[in-house]
Design a protein around this ligand. Structure first.
Ligand code: S3P
Length: 443
């Protein structure tokens, strides 16, 4: 939710060569603050993402009476108030740009003894909330929205929630998590089943915080009425942020980048499979565990790519990486087809429309379909594109500029701060030619 208009210009670059560590995982950072706030005792979070989205979540809990210290960058010490210790917020809770923040909070707040209101920025105010409102209503929650199921959400407290057995109509970790969070406050058993397994942090972190929960690939069952125990959380580097550098290193001739301690949860790393199938040279080194999560160092070297049909089975495992994949496909030899990815239309922007329009403006032939796109690889020309305020589209177009025939000007990039505040500095450190314009001032 950044006010100042920021545009970028990304220009053709010399080989990228660097070692870097991208910031902490956004999904884990949101959840760590939530569970630590509801736990009994003090939890220390290291590697916390200092992005606007995750800071908004931390602010939400501070507003509800949780004492959260920030002893250093990317560190939080959370003094948990227990499952029933949150206080009524003195104003609407502002989730900023964060769908994860709003949807998970909707589940959690549905179980409280007080009323609350969730608001968000312009992009979040256009995102569908019925997907959480409906199952939560089945549990006994009372959540009002704007017409069409849009935010703000007005959540009535003091409802008697009961567990449900819910099969999700779409693969969504946010919906799954909202139901499980409401399930903590519900009578009886809550069970969620997914049409395709998605990121599993909520169920695994609930177990780490001591909540009895059973789960497997694509399902989880818990009962209400237990307690969460404070625990320390080490957040690995976000694979979704690493993804931009994996694509950049692959596309720019002569490049070699080493990315440290990247989260390798298999429900997140679909892009690795897609890029490898396209011919990328990405190697894993030093695979290990960090705070219960698989991590590895990734070495990416330039390699020529060819188009593929992206397997539908890996779409959920790379749902946030499609903007970057669009750019890889744009300079791959041949055609890349994406199907089964209609969810992209309801992300921070309609990512199919925004990426297709932007790449077309740069001379690439792209056909949009309802649930994907057909991208014909070619040469990327200089030009002007609009990121539509979508952080991941902005960073993806910055990669396009590196391999274009001339500068690519990218409009509306301020929201990169929601997930990757240091992107410019890290990108420049690797050799990106990236200038930013704030109003009329270029830096
Ligand atoms: C997230 C789930 C995904 C993803 C988002 C983060 C999460 O959204 O796109 O960036 O942390 O649970 P959906 O649940 O809408 O697929």
């Amino acid at each position: 939710m950044s006010d100042a208009r920021v545009d970028w210009t990304s220009s053709p670059a010399a080989p990228l060569r660097a070692e870097l560590r991208v910031p902490g995982d956004k999904s884990i950072s949101h959840r760590a603050v939530m569970f630590a706030s509801l736990a009994d005792g003090v939890s220390r979070i290291t590697g916390f993402l200092e992005g606007e989205d995750t800071r908004a979540t931390a602010r939400a809990f501070m507003q509800m009476g949780v004492h959260i210290e920030a002893p250093g960058p990317s560190e939080r010490v959370v003094h948990g108030v227990g499952l029933h210790g949150l206080r009524v917020p003195n104003a609407p809770v502002d989730c900023g740009n964060a769908g994860t923040g709003m949807r998970l909070l909707a589940g959690l707040l549905a179980g409280q003894q007080f009323d609350s209101t969730l608001i968000g920025d312009e992009s979040l105010s256009r995102r569908p909330m019925r997907r959480v409102i409906e199952p939560l209503a089945q549990m006994g929650a009372n959540i009002g929205s704007q017409p069409g199921g849009l935010p703000p959400l007005h959540i009535a407290g003091r409802q008697d929630l009961h567990g449900i057995d819910y099969t999700l109509p779409v693969a969504s970790a946010q919906v799954k998590s909202a139901i499980l969070l409401a399930g903590l406050y519900a009578n009886g058993e809550t069970r969620v089943t997914e049409p395709h397994p998605t990121r599993d942090y909520t169920k695994r972190m609930l177990a780490t915080f001591g909540w009895p929960i059973e789960f497997g690939a694509g399902w989880a069952t818990l009962t209400g009425g237990h307690r969460l125990r404070a625990t320390d959380v080490q957040v690995p580097a976000d694979f979704s942020s690493a993804a931009f550098f994996l694509v950049a290193g692959t596309l720019v001739p002569g490049s070699e980048l080493l990315l440290h301690a990247v989260g390798m949860n298999p429900r997140r790393t679909g892009l690795l499979h897609a890029l490898s199938a396209m011919g990328a040279d990405i190697r894993l080194a030093n695979a290990r565990e960090l705070g219960g999560e698989a991590v590895a160092d990734l070495v990416v070297r330039h390699a020529p790519l060819h188009g593929i049909d992206v397997p539908v089975e890996i779409v959920a495992d790379m749902i946030d990486e499609f903007p970057a994949l669009f750019v890889a496909a744009a300079i791959a030899n041949g055609t890349t087809r994406i199907r089964g990815a209609a969810e992209l239309r309801v992300k921070e922007s309609d990512r199919i429309a925004v990426m297709a329009k932007g790449l077309r403006a740069l001379g690439i032939a792209v056909e949009e379909t309802t649930d994907g796109a057909v991208i014909h690889g070619g040469r990327i020309e200089a030009g002007q594109v609009d990121s539509a305020g979508d952080h991941r589209c902005a960073m993806s177009f910055a990669i396009a500029g590196l391999v274009a025939r001339g500068p690519v000007r990218i409009g509306d990039c301020a929201n990169v701060a929601t997930s990757f505040p240091d992107f410019i500095a890290l990108a420049r450190g690797c050799g990106f030619e990236l200038n930013t314009t704030h109003g009329n001032v270029t830096v």
